[in-house]
Design a protein around this ligand. Structure first.
Ligand code: FES
Length: 93
């Protein structure tokens, strides 16, 4: 069991893309949680070693979760999904 809420709770679905792949999320989810649910945990690569980075603090402090949305770097744990947004792996710190 994933622990994920089902459609039965009545929340609207929102579609966006991550690295060109379609992702379906619940309206109101952050990008980080939507990608976590979609099993896309590597949100960026470290600038030094190229290692995968993902959600660490989940409260907007660490910047480990940076992604690029429509050309702008954002913290995915602080940004709510929008229909049609184009999300790419992370910006540089
Ligand atoms: S996970 Fe730390 S800022 Fe997003």
């Amino acid at each position: 069991m994933s622990g994920r809420l089902t459609d039965a709770d009545g929340r609207e679905r929102v579609e966006f893309t991550f690295e060109g792949d379609a992702v379906s999320a619940y309206a109101g989810d952050t990008i980080a949680m939507a990608l976590w649910a979609a099993q896309a945990a590597a949100l960026r690569r470290s600038s030094s070693a190229g290692e995968p980075r993902g959600v660490l603090c989940n409260m907007g402090v660490c910047y480990e979760c940076l992604v690029t949305v429509d050309g702008h770097n954002v913290r995915s744990c602080m940004t709510v999904v929008r229909a049609g947004m184009v999300v790419e792996r992370g910006g540089r710190q």
